[in-house]
Every structure is written in C-alpha cells, then in structure tokens.
Design a protein around this ligand. Structure first.
Ligand code: FES
Length: 571
C-alpha cells in the first residue's frame, strides 16, 4: 500500500485548516512531523487498567510494541479503551462486553489509524477488542497479556481452578480461614491472567488458532521476557501488514473459525469460547452456528493436559512446545492453509514445532481424554440448544435422569442452598433460572452452582446442573449451560418446577423435560416475566437488544461492520 493510500493521510496529509489542526495538535506532544506524516500510523488499543489486574502490565508491553513499530518505519499511538476485569466488575463483566466492543470499534474508525494492535488479557478484553476491530476491518494483530506463573502453596502447584476446591475445603473445615487467605497471594503471585485453561487462556488460544497473533502468543507467561520480544516483533509486523493491506477479513475465513473450534476441543477450552466466537463471526460476516461447535469438535480428543480438564498450567504448555506443537499434532484435521498475521499459513507456522513433554501434550492416538470439545444438547428444555464440556464433567453423569431442584434466580439459590430442609440428593438435577443474557442481565458465570454442604459431607462431588447462565472457564462439573431461549424471555426453562423429571443424554445430544406438552402449555399460559427491565442507561439498551446465547449474545444492531470509512470528515 502506498503512502497516499493510508487512512491516516486523510488527516495528516490534508491541506488547509483541517490539516493544520490535525498536525498541530500532534506537534503539541513534542512529536516532529516526520514521525507521523506519510507513515503507517499504528494504534495500540490498550486495556491496561489497575482495575483489571490481569492486564496491569500491558503498558510495559505497549512500550515494546512501540519500539517494533518505530523500527519498521511506522508511527505508534497508544489509546485506552474500556477494560473489563473479571474479578472486580459487578454484576458481571459479560454485561459490558458489547459496550466495550462499541468503544473499540468507534475509537479505531474515528481516528487516523492505519493498523491496530489489540492488547488484551482478562477474559472479556479479548472478544470485546476483536469484535470491535472486526466491525472496522483494518489490518489488526492481537497480543495477549500472557498467563501468570503457576502458584505454589504448601508444596503444591496451584491455580485458579483451586479457588473452587479451597472453597469446598473451607466449608468442610479441611482448611482454616487463615490458610484460605494465605493461599490467595500464593496463587496470584505474578502479573498475567489465570494460569489455567480458563476463559482468558482459551481466548488467547483462540486468537492464535484464528491466525490473529504471532505463534506462541497464547502460552508465553506474562512474566517471561519472551513476551516482550513477541510484542516488539508484533509491532514490527503490523507495519508490514498495513503495507500488505492484510485486513482482518482476509484472515478470519470460515476455515479459520473451524480451526479455532477444533483447537478449542484439543485444549479443553472454556464454554465461554462458544459465545465469543459466535459473536466474532457475526461481526466479520462468517456464517457460524451453534451446531458447528459440536460438528467440528467431534473426533478431537484432549491433547493439552492443562487444568481444569487436565492437571497442569499454561506455562507448562509453553515449555512443552506451545500451541504450534499442539496444532502440528492435530495435523490433517486442521485447515493448514488458513492465513495468519505473519503472512504465513497456520501449517507453515507449526511445521517445525516439537513436543518436549508428552505428559503435557498428547497425540491424537494417545490423548489425555477421548472426548473433548463442546457438545451441544437440544430438546424441549433447550429448543435452541445448550452446551456442556464433557472433559470437565463426571463421565457417569453424562447420561442421567433425576428430579429437578429449582432455583428461580441466583438470590433464591443463595437463600435456600444450605437450608437443611432442602430436598436434594445425589440423583437430583439442580436448575437455575434467570441468569441468562437478558434476565440477569449479562449472563452471569454462576452455572456451576456450589453443592450444599450436606451433600459435600456425604462425599458427593458433582451433580447435573442446568441453567441459562455461563460458567467460569476455570470451573468444572457436569454443568449444562447457555440454555436457549433463556427463562427471562419465557423459554421452557422458565416452566420447570421442583420435582419435574429431567433427562440429560449427552451421547445422544438430548436434554428433555419429561413433562407432558399439555401441562407445559398450561404453565406457559400463566407464566409472567419476573426479572426487572432497566428503564435507562446502557443496561436498558442492552436488555432491549441483546440476542440469545445460541447467537453469541451480541446486540442485534451491532452485527456485521461499518468498515473504516468515516462518512463525514471535516471540521
Ligand atoms: Fe482475569 Fe482469570 S481473572 S483471567
């Protein structure tokens, strides 16, 4: 691409008053004009925030990106966007994913940016940035913040999946309050996002499998100097991408999405992957539906022995060969020719990868678990589908029928779960309503409801749990999630009553509420919405426009893109 074709020339190359203003207010930052005039301007879209602890080191990485951009003859400009930290934001970061994506989209389009580097890390910061960038579709490269180093406590390696185990242990009196608090600092001991294959790591793998990052982006630890190197190299590469006009839509083909689904199966990735990949596909205009996740996961076993589906941590994956080694193992099931940001195909990028530890990376013939990936179940309880991650479930519960123990919403669950009179046993199926996209609102990560203490004391570790909500990628259990349509819009989930028999049949992809059609019709007649609809602000906009989980929970008016052209562009 020649200098005159750069988007940024529409600002800095202008004559007259407009050009004067565009240039003068860059010069007030002490920037000599030859730094930005006629050079590819690279936006560094940063989700750094002290309220997003997983991304708190991203300004350091931004400096490395800047070095790389300058070395390659571009001009870097760092800009902030809304940052979504999983640990602090209430009621749930997912409520704001679409809002953050709007910020990203408009910030890129409205500014003199020729190419953009997306700096993300904590769960929602990746999909929100990629979604927003897709709706503009200029050359784009993603850098993840990288995982924390694994924690150590009392001689054991620990990570975020242990939070659930510590919670149970404390309830059962197996560890004290003091020990619980001591473990906090031992687990989160370095910069970076969760060290297990939670949603953040799953998203980092997703961008690598889609071809949106340089190789090894997903697993280099945040604290490892090689993440700085990757950032600097990414800075150099994005300048070349602008010259080649290698836009997002040239990389995000249907083949790239299928690769990402297969890779997600091989790593035992988070169920949140489904929601986010559907939303990204919707923005870039690739036809992807819920059934594709099941179809393309089939036959892919678990190759990464990483928690919560396995035993180890992201840094172990890196030392064992990283994602290039896993994708090479997957060989012919991958679309090898899919293009990536470095201008090479995914097959070329992985060709020289080696596996250094077979305890961490398995083979297609000798995997860690035969069944992995996402399974989509449908039936009269989930006409538009629901998802389950078998690699994190108890095998004996994948075919199970039992009586429903129903919680009308998350407050009802908290109020009654420890009630000694609650009728619940090892065969029960826990049902949680009104935690979906519109109902909660924002689709809370509460689907893996903790079991009551009285069952834990009996040694029960898992029950079938069904909801219209989500589950943390670090969570586990036989948990059916994303039931669509959700209860708050009158989906069949809203009609389930205590004691109803439900049958989960994962091998046959079925989820059945064993109640007669007549009875369900009668219940539907008397059903009334119970969840509050906001009357102002962003939540009002969100509740009125959010789509159901099986479509990716994006807002209906955000689907697709508006390109990079600014319609009205004079002062
Ligand atoms: Fe940020 Fe887990 S809390 S990645």
């Amino acid at each position: 691409m020649g200098t005159n074709n750069l988007r940024s020339q529409n600002w800095f190359g202008r004559k007259g008053k407009d050009g004067f203003i565009y240039r003068a207010w860059m010069k007030n930052q002490g920037i000599p004009p030859d730094m930005f005039e006629g050079k590819p301007v690279i936006g560094i879209c940063n989700t750094w925030s002290e309220l997003t602890p997983c991304n708190a080191h991203l300004r350091d990485l931004a400096e490395m990106v800047k070095k790389g951009v300058l070395e390659a003859g571009g001009f870097p400009v760092e800009f902030p966007v809304m940052s979504l930290g999983e640990t602090l934001i209430k009621p749930t970061a997912m409520l704001y994913r679409n809002l953050a994506s709007m910020d990203v989209e408009e910030s890129i389009r409205a500014n003199p940016i020729d190419g953009v580097v997306l700096l993300c890390g904590c769960d929602k910061t990746t999909p929100s940035l990629v979604m927003g960038a897709c709706s503009v579709d200029i050359p784009t490269l993603v850098i993840s913040g990288g995982p924390m180093l694994k924690g150590h406590w009392k001689g054991k390696d620990i990570g975020t999946s242990d939070v659930w185990r510590f919670d149970v242990a404390q309830k059962l009196g197996q560890i004290t309050e003091e020990e619980f608090i001591e473990a906090e600092a031992c687990m989160a001991r370095t910069q970076g996002h969760c060290a297990v294959m939670g949603t953040a790591s799953t998203m980092a793998v997703m961008v690598e499998a889609l071809g949106l990052s340089l190789p090894n982006n997903a697993s280099i630890p945040a604290a490892d100097a090689r993440r700085k190197v990757l950032s600097q190299l990414s800075g150099r590469r994005i300048v070349e991408m602008v010259k080649e006009d290698l836009t997002l839509s040239k990389i995000l083909t249907r083949a790239a999405f299928e690769n990402a689904i297969k890779v997600n199966a091989a790593i035992g990735g988070s169920t949140n992957f489904v929601i986010h990949l559907l939303a990204i596909a919707g923005r870039i205009g690739v036809d992807l539906n819920l059934a594709d996740f099941d179809t393309h996961s089939q036959g892919i076993p678990l190759l990464a022995n990483i928690q919560p589906s396995g035993e180890h941590y992201l840094e172990d994956l890196y030392y064992s060969g990283g994602m290039p080694a896993i994708m090479k193992e997957m060989g012919s099931v991958m679309h090898q020719n899919a293009m990536t940001v470095n201008g090479k195909s995914i097959g070329e990028n992985c060709a020289k990868a080696e596996v250094y530890d077979r305890n961490i990376i398995g083979t297609m013939h000798k995997p860690f678990k035969p069944d992995s990936g996402i399974i989509v179940v449908t039936g009269n309880l989930a006409p538009n589908g629901a998802v389950i991650k078998p690699s994190a479930a108890s095998p004996h519960l994948l075919t199970h029928a039992g009586k429903a123990v129903v919680f009308e919403n998350i407050e009802d669950y908290h109020a009654r779960i420890e009630d000694p009179l609650l009728e619940i046993d090892v065969n029960s199926i826990m049902v949680l309503k009104n935690v979906g996209p519109r109902g909660y609102p924002g689709m809370a990560e509460v689907g893996n409801m903790a079991l009551p203490k009285k069952l834990l004391e009996q040694g029960v570790t898992d029950l079938v749990r069904i909801s219209d909500g989500r589950m943390s990628g670090t969570g586990f259990g036989t948990v059916v999630l994303h039931v669509s349509p959700e209860a708050a819009v009158g989906g069949p989930l809203a009609l389930v009553q205590n004691g109803d028999r439900i049958c989960l049949d994962v091998p046959n992809r079925k989820l059945t509420l064993e109640v007669s059609e007549n009875e369900l019709a009668a219940r539907k007649k008397s059903w009334k919405p119970t969840e509050k609809m906001e009357t102002r602000g962003y939540v009002h906009l969100y509740q009125n426009h959010v789509e159901q989980a099986h479509l990716g929970a994006d807002m209906d008016f955000l689907k697709g893109g508006s390109g990079s052209t600014v319609v009205r562009d004079s002062h």
